[in-house]
Design a protein. Structure first.
Length: 275
């Protein structure tokens, strides 16, 4: 039997709204991993469509946790999944976790914004701090807005030439080469992801569903982390992730879910595929 993978999950925890850590924990457990939650901020509800959430900042707790964990002699992390952090102090604390524990693989979703603008409460100082954190990632999963912000390449025109330039530019800005997957690229009736392999642009598409799905980016990063943890190549992991995520979106359309994704069928598929 293969060694169980331990994965550190550092992102927000929303009490209402099936997104972020609420998605990641069952997804990675279904992959047979041992997920270790590290909430970067605790929210009473997700930040989309449910009013202004109550927030519990955790930066001080994160620092104390990292210090206490150092006393646990057999603690290790094979992977890390980094999502929405929310403030500069917590970003600094998350970076310290990565310095301390040095997981071999770090899937980092640089959550900054969407539809051409930053999420509420984030500013240029936060962008700068998150940009510094990117060097600790091995796989980055920005959406188009985030790729544009981080690379500095204008993506008003989203054709292959501009996507390749943005991916190459962001990689050149970082001290070590990364695997960067830009998500949510719409082409006619399809939606896809793009990445570079040996300098050549690669892509994979699924059917576009005309609805906004809260937490889709969070689920993408979590599912991708699971497939990479199983040893799949990047290309296979992206394809499996998008096919699996499509199942969740179809199930959500058919159910009464109005916040987040219906993951029941997805968890069955992932569990049955366990090696």
């Amino acid at each position: 039997m293969a060694k169980q993978i331990t994965t550190l999950i550092a992102e927000d925890l929303s009490a209402v709204g099936n997104i972020s850590m609420t998605e990641a924990l069952p997804i990675l457990a279904a992959f047979g991993q041992r997920p270790v939650p590290l909430p970067t901020v605790v929210l009473s509800a997700q930040t989309e469509g449910l009013g202004e959430p109550a927030k519990l900042q955790t930066a001080s707790w994160l620092e104390q946790t990292n210090q206490q964990w150092r006393e646990i002699t057999d603690l290790r992390f094979d992977q890390a999944l980094i999502g929405y952090v929310g403030n500069v102090a917590a970003l600094t604390a998350v970076q310290q976790f990565l310095v301390t524990w040095q997981p071999m693989e770090v899937v980092l979703d640089p959550v900054l914004g969407d539809h051409g603008k930053l999420y509420p409460g984030l500013d240029t100082n936060y962008v700068s701090a998150l940009s510094s954190l990117l060097e600790f990632g091995t796989v980055l999963t920005p959406n188009l807005t985030e790729l544009e912000i981080l690379s500095g390449v204008n993506l008003t025109v989203v054709d292959n030439e501009h996507l390749q330039r943005a991916l190459q530019t962001l990689n050149q800005k970082l001290p070590n080469p990364k695997q960067i997957i830009v998500t949510g690229v719409k082409r006619q009736n399809q939606i896809g992801s793009f990445w570079l392999a040996d300098g050549k642009l690669q892509s994979y598409f699924v059917k576009y569903l005309p609805r906004h799905f809260s937490g889709a980016g969070d689920a993408f990063a979590a599912i991708l982390t699971g497939y990479l943890g199983r040893g799949s190549t990047l290309a296979d992991s992206v394809q499996q992730t998008m096919n699996t995520l499509q199942l969740a979106m179809n199930a959500t359309l058919e159910s009464d879910y109005d916040s987040g994704l219906d993951l029941v069928n997805v968890l069955r598929v992932i569990t049955n595929g366990e090696k």
